[in-house]
Write a protein that binds this ligand. Structure first.
Ligand code: AMP
Length: 400
């Protein structure tokens, strides 16, 4: 059933609680990439332009000690938001209590307020991350309606997303999806469940065990599933190809065999690799076709694999990419990942969707991000979506 969205709400003079994902990289109070903040602006603007009071909740990093609180306050994020919105933003350095309640009661229509990092509540028995029902209920009591726009956290059941939604609904109030959440569901959902074909998925990254659910699910949906990165070599081992010192998950070799049998020629593996003597950017390296020589480990896909992957992608109408093709962090082993990213930028007739930190970094580094259809703001959440799982943050939103 379709979910209620922010544009279905009358927000005039309402206290609108919005869960955003402002979990941005931050060092010494300076914000790195602010993409996630920019992605949340349409929802915030909708609420303020329609006379609502926008009360924003987000987590930032992980809070395990009192000391973590110093580095992980949302104050600099609230200050940056004021610049992005070009209007004042009130920051409340508390997650509950009189100061927060007074600040909310003093808001005028169109005002924006940022509540302190929701994970400050984790110091007291993981109340946020453990979805403590009293906390969700308390936060829900601060507003008239709730909007969840935090896709990056949608695969988690926390007090600030699922807890508030459930408490709102229990009180007969509404919980809606924000524009970003709606956009993510629309792009990822259409790609997987109603793709224009051929639909090609590219999955990379270190471990088969992390991606097994996604590979299995997408084999049932896609025309081709390209596999690259460290998990390739567990498949190689299953095929009887020598892997030298490459990454392997011995306990997943049987599973890799089963997947290959089921997949037939749907599964596309690298045919050559850049191999090195050590896990080090400066280690002597060469290209190896097929078997990986003794004393070497595969750290990137080779040129023939890049060509094979390009050929496989050439007539695709839908492409979903998650995970690097090699050790992308080391410049000498980044080429496979960069080549795939560059090629996706040329597929102007296809819907191209990228998720996950390394693949997103690759397309941004290449400057092709704006040529792609959608860059997901949620790594873990997009993977779980591609795995066909129900994301609790989305499930908790009211139906239309
Ligand atoms: P993931 O978090 O599963 O998406 O995996 C990303 C990590 O996989 C990155 O840190 C890469 O350096 C690593 N990776 C990719 N290819 C390889 C490889 N051939 N050998 C070792 N690690 C790899």
């Amino acid at each position: 059933m379709a979910k209620l969205t922010v544009s279905d709400l009358d927000v005039k003079s309402k206290k609108v609680l919005i869960r955003v994902d402002f979990n941005v990289p931050i060092k010494g109070g300076v914000i790195g990439n602010d993409n996630r903040m920019v992605a949340a602006l349409p929802t915030i603007n909708y609420v303020t332009e329609n006379g609502g009071k926008a009360i924003l909740f987000s987590h930032l990093g992980r809070i395990k000690t009192e000391d973590d609180k110093k580095e992980l306050s949302l104050r600099p994020v609230a200050e940056h938001l004021a610049e992005l919105l070009n209007k004042p933003v009130t920051f409340v350095p508390e997650t509950r209590g009189a100061q927060l309640e007074d600040a909310i009661n003093n808001m005028e229509d169109g005002d924006v307020l940022v509540v302190e990092n929701t994970r400050f509540e984790d110091l007291d028995g993981k109340k946020e991350s453990g979805n403590d029902p009293e906390l969700g209920k308390y936060w829900a009591s601060l507003g008239d309606v709730f909007v969840n726009d935090a896709f990056g956290t949608a695969h988690r059941s926390h007090a600030s997303n699922v807890g508030i939604s459930e408490a709102m609904k229990a009180e007969g109030k509404k919980a809606a999806a924000g524009y970003l959440l709606e956009k993510e569901i629309q792009f990822l959902g259409n790609a997987v469940d109603d793709p224009k074909t051929p639909f090609v998925a590219i999955l990379g990254g270190a471990k088969v065990s992390d991606k097994i659910g996604v590979i299995n699910h997408l084999l049932g949906k896609a025309d081709k599933v390209i596999v690259g990165g460290g998990m390739t070599y567990t498949f190689y081992a299953a095929k009887g190809i020598k892997i030298g010192n490459s990454l392997v998950e011995e306990d997943k070799i049987e599973l890799a065999k089963e997947i290959m049998e089921k997949a037939g020629d749907k599964l596309v593996l690298p045919v050559d690799n850049v191999v090195a003597t050590e896990f080090n950017n400066d280690a002597p390296s060469q290209v190896a076709e097929g078997d990986i020589p003794d004393g070497y480990m595969a750290l990137d896909i080779g040129p023939k694999s890049v060509q094979l992957f390009k050929d496989t992608l050439a007539d695709a109408k839908t492409v979903v990419w998650n995970g690097p093709m090699g050790v992308f962090e080391m410049s000498n082993f980044a080429k496979g990942t960069l080549e795939v990213g560059k090629f996706l930028g040329t597929l102007s007739d296809a819907t191209t969707i990228v998720g996950g930190g390394d693949s997103t970094a690759a397309v941004q580094q290449l400057g092709v991000a704006d040529k792609l259809t959608h860059i997901s703001t949620g790594g873990g959440a997009s993977l779980e979506y591609l795995e066909g799982k129900t994301l609790p943050g989305i499930a908790a939103v009211s139906d239309k």
